[in-house]
Design a protein around this ligand. Structure first.
Ligand SMILES: *Cc1c(COP(=O)(O)O)cnc(C)c1O
Length: 359
């Protein structure tokens, strides 16, 4: 008798599951761009209000994401234009999935740059689409000529550009993104997962350019555990996306918590300012060490080329610090690691280990 496995797609059987680090206690976790603080922990009054809100959330009822008030709270907090329509996702990961599903006609292609966020390629594969990965330049800036040429050749249905980019931290030039949007016939998703740490955004254009979708998340600004991402785009595209989003993809507790967070934007601003200041401090300190190459970052992490990425990864691990080893994932990332910016104390702990090894 054939095993159930024989019915499962061969390409999926050949894949590896996404590995989430399973950490012992007291580890400093700097591998996934999480915020070092619980967003309400510093303010007992805020914490109590939030707990009350959770207690009163109607968890016996299905959520109504559209009527939850979160969309208008997001509009207010981030200045999303009236012309833009918003979709909520269970993390922006889910929106990447549904945006890909939306365009997955036979023969249609997805285009991204390399290295970039791994989920773009992964979702293209899941929906049977060819993925065109255009390499970045050695300094992780955009090779605009190569991107435009690939857009011309392949006419991709969907283009993903992370602005700033992950795992490199570098932000491409606004004019370059604009040139890609203008050249593309398909949908261009500007993924601003790190938008809060950057000085520029495409959110103000959302809704007024037909093929632009700006995607954001609250994961990197203190709320990774809530799983809330959102996309803002033209009604033409967003109306179609609305047809395939599961009606109850968001949960009551997350919706209520995120809305509460938006109404207390100072909690977010506090985290963002601290992390931006720490990023600059870390960048300056690491740039002092001549054996390292620290790439400029507009995100809440730093990508660094070190003499031996595995050695640094293992040494930090012995000091109960987890970072991301990028070496081996793409040729341009040779001997690179990615370090999430943490609290001042956590960053000092990282610096101490690095100075001892390479200072
Ligand atoms: C972290 C990240 C995401 C995913 O965010 P979630 O909302 O937590 O799913 C999307 N895009 C990029 C570039 C990221 O780094």
């Amino acid at each position: 008798m054939p095993s159930p496995l024989s019915f499962i797609r061969n390409d999926i059987q050949a894949m590896q599951a996404y590995q989430i680090a399973d950490l012992p206690e007291n580890f400093i976790k700097l591998d996934a761009m999480e915020s070092p603080h619980h967003p309400f922990a510093h303010n007992p009054e805020l914490l109590a209000q939030w707990q009350m809100l959770l207690g009163n959330a109607p968890i016996h009822l299905y959520p109504n994401p559209a009527a939850s008030g979160l969309q208008s709270a997001l509009r207010q907090a981030f200045g999303i234009p009236e012309a833009a329509q918003i979709a909520l996702g269970n993390g922006s990961d889910e929106l990447i999935q549904f945006l890909t599903m939306l365009v997955a006609k036979p023969g249609a292609k997805v285009l991204g740059v390399e290295p970039s966020f791994v989920m773009y390629r992964h979702n293209a594969a899941l929906y049977g689409m060819e993925y065109i990965g255009v390499p970045l330049k050695e300094d992780f800036t955009l090779d605009l000529a190569a991107v435009l040429s690939a857009v011309q050749t392949h006419n991709p249905a969907l283009i993903f550009l992370a602005y700033p980019n992950n795992p490199t931290g570098v932000c491409f030039k606004r004019e370059e993104i604009e040139a890609v949007i203008a050249a593309a016939q398909g949908i261009v998703v500007v993924d601003e997962a790190y938008g809060a740490f950057n000085n520029d955004s495409f959110l103000t254009q959302a809704g007024s350019i037909e093929n632009l979708v700006v995607m954001r998340t609250i994961s990197k600004i203190g709320f990774a555990g809530l799983r809330i991402g959102y996309a803002a785009g033209s009604p033409m595209v967003m109306n179609e996306l609305a047809k395939i989003l599961p009606p109850y993809n968001m949960n009551q507790l997350s919706l209520a918590s995120a809305k509460f967070a938006m109404q207390h934007a100072e909690t977010i601003n506090r985290t963002v300012s601290e992390l931006k200041a720490e990023r600059e401090r870390m960048y300056a300190a690491l740039s002092q060490i001549s054996r390292l190459k620290t790439f400029p970052s507009q995100a809440n992490f730093l990508t660094v080329r070190v003499p031996d990425a595995l050695e640094l990864f293992e040494t930090l691990k012995q000091h109960r610090i987890l970072i991301k080893k990028l070496h081996g994932t793409h040729p341009l990332l040779e001997q690179c690691v990615r370090i999430t910016v943490g609290s001042p104390q956590q960053n000092d702990a990282v610096l101490a280990v690095i100075r001892k090894l390479y200072g």
